[in-house]
Design a protein around this ligand. Sequence first.
Ligand code: HEC
Ligand code: HEC
Ligand code: HEC
Ligand code: HEC
Ligand code: HEC
Ligand code: HEC
Ligand code: HEC
Ligand code: HEC
Ligand code: HEC
Ligand code: HEC
Length: 306
Amino acid sequence: MTELSGGVLRLLARFALCCAVSTGSMAQDGYVGEARCVACHALEQEHWAHTVHAKIFRSNPKNALAEKGCEACHGPGARHLEDATDKTAIIAFTRRRDVPVEAQNAQCLQCHQGGERIFWHGSMHDRSRLSCSDCHNPMAEISASGLLARSSVNDTCFGCHQQQRMEFRKRSHMPLLEGKISCTDCHNPHGSAARPLLKADSVNQLCYTCHSEKRGPFIWEHAPVRKNCLECHLPHGSSQESLLVVARPFLCQQCHANVSHPATLITRSNLPRGAVPDERAFNRSCSNCHAQIHGSNHPSGARFHR
Ligand code: HEC
Ligand code: HEC
Ligand code: HEC
Ligand code: HEC
Ligand code: HEC
Ligand code: HEC
Ligand code: HEC
Ligand code: HEC
Ligand code: HEC
Ligand code: HEC
């Protein structure tokens, strides 16, 4: 059955090639022109026609390549017209075909080198052999912007990052599922100078872009805050309040085992049955008194009380 349809396709393609040759419309370089593609791919063309590429390629092509229409991305089509079933005759971007990822990405990078993609080569996504079309589908207007493969940035990322989807569902989390921020507020999926694909030079610089009040400067600095916000916080979501890595007082006790007032474990579990834990374990625990934990500008704020 497949053999039969393959044969029919080949016949069709031969016929198409015949016409191309007889009308003399096929250039030496193998480009056949959009009209030829549309003859067989009318539906794809109809969807593509609404995209930014179609509009710009048709109304205001910036270079000779853009004038090639479909073939700007799919490459010269002559061999494909000879045999539509040949899996490498045309640059296809779907897993159904055998075109190497590097060859696919090179097509897009002809026009999209640099800019946001200055760190693409060698980035985690590049090394993981992602193709541009894992996240982008330029054949139709599926997302409001960015020609994404799914309806939104977050959905596009969740397609592969299930673990992170789960993190954003935890008790405290960045308001991402609520639509206030997206993965690309913090990550550049095309590569970055700072791991993991961060949009800033360091974790702290990233956090300061939205939480600028934590930048200081403070008269009284709390050393770990300057070092890395992730000493105490998780970036996506946490089962503890305020995105904390572990619950207080344990959070603080990891580093402050010996303080002048008792900081030994002051929780229900190591107190006599029925006893009420003291205020160091209550509610916001150590933060009840050390409230300005990110740093203080108060003259008497050395211990971050105010
Ligand atoms: C004579 C009809 C015909 C013409 C003309 C034609 N195609 Fe095709 N094309 C096909 C058929 C049939 C298939 C499916 C072959 C298969 O399933 O193995 C196909 C497959 C493709 C695919 C691969 C789809 C996938 O699986 O990812 C791409 C891309 C493509 N064509 C693009 C083009 C472009 C671009 C042009 C113009 C240069 C063009 N085609 C011209 C018939 C044609
Ligand atoms: C900006 C680059 C670009 C242009 C221009 C372009 N395509 Fe595509 N095309 C792609 C990508 C990327 C995919 C893979 C989409 C996916 O992941 O499903 C694709 C997929 C296809 C497929 C496979 C079926 C599908 O929709 O997944 C066909 C057939 C096809 N294109 C034909 C065409 C034709 C015909 C034109 C011109 C009318 C055209 N393309 C213009 C990039 C392009
Ligand atoms: C011939 C040049 C050319 C090629 C090849 C090309 N593009 Fe584009 N692309 C453009 C132009 C021009 C724009 C319009 C915006 C701009 O000026 O950057 C654009 C815009 C985009 C946008 C932004 C859409 C938006 O809504 O803002 C995305 C995403 C994109 N292209 C992805 C791709 C992918 C993926 C490929 C390969 C499958 C590709 N492009 C191939 C020229 C090209
Ligand atoms: C891991 C997913 C992913 C991969 C892989 C990916 N992109 Fe993107 N790309 C995105 C997202 C998300 C956006 C932002 C869309 C938005 O904010 O609307 C974007 C935006 C763009 C834009 C428009 C904004 C700009 O940067 O000018 C272009 C062009 C683009 N990508 C091209 C590419 C090309 C070319 C490749 C392959 C080398 C590629 N992308 C690979 C996810 C990806
Ligand atoms: C097609 C699958 C796929 C999609 C879609 C995808 N990723 Fe990834 N991503 C990967 C793979 C594979 C890795 C390698 C590490 C791993 O296995 O988790 C990775 C790694 C990462 C990393 C860690 C980088 C590092 O240096 O450790 C970040 C951050 C990331 N992706 C963000 C995103 C964002 C943001 C999006 C959406 C714009 C996205 N990814 C979409 C497959 C994907
Ligand atoms: C508020 C900023 C922010 C947002 C929004 C965000 N991330 Fe992250 N992400 C980070 C930071 C910071 C790290 C570094 C964690 C570390 O070093 O331990 C990270 C790490 C990662 C990693 C590496 C593995 C890991 O979990 O440590 C992946 C993958 C990832 N993010 C994917 C995503 C995806 C997918 C989205 C959107 C659904 C997203 N991130 C949204 C800041 C963010
Ligand atoms: C793109 C902007 C943005 C970036 C970047 C960002 N945040 Fe947030 N963050 C928010 C928003 C919005 C909220 C919710 C605030 C609200 O609802 O009042 C929030 C809330 C928080 C909360 C409180 C959560 C809770 O449950 O009470 C913490 C803690 C936090 N962020 C830490 C960080 C850390 C650490 C970083 C750097 C890894 C970071 N943020 C980067 C936007 C951002
Ligand atoms: C030493 C541990 C620690 C470090 C390091 C730390 N935080 Fe916090 N953060 C906390 C604690 C504890 C809370 C909860 C405060 C409370 O309950 O009053 C908190 C709460 C927050 C909140 C929500 C409440 C508020 O104050 O707005 C944000 C936002 C926040 N931190 C951002 C950051 C940023 C940005 C950094 C890095 C510059 C950072 N944190 C570093 C311990 C820390
Ligand atoms: C990652 C380790 C770390 C964590 C977690 C941490 N701290 Fe600190 N803290 C430090 C360091 C380092 C200093 C500076 C010590 C010094 O100057 O002797 C400091 C200083 C302090 C000081 C001032 C000490 C003084 O001698 O004036 C107080 C108070 C304090 N931390 C309270 C807390 C509280 C409360 C928490 C939990 C919300 C906490 N810390 C979490 C590392 C940490
Ligand atoms: C009832 C209020 C209160 C609570 C709750 C509290 N502290 Fe304190 N803490 C203080 C006061 C007051 C000082 C200053 C003592 C002094 O100057 O002699 C202090 C001093 C400190 C210091 C710096 C001086 C030293 O003794 O090393 C650290 C570190 C500290 N606390 C950590 C913690 C940790 C960790 C917790 C939670 C387990 C905690 N505190 C809970 C009131 C409190």
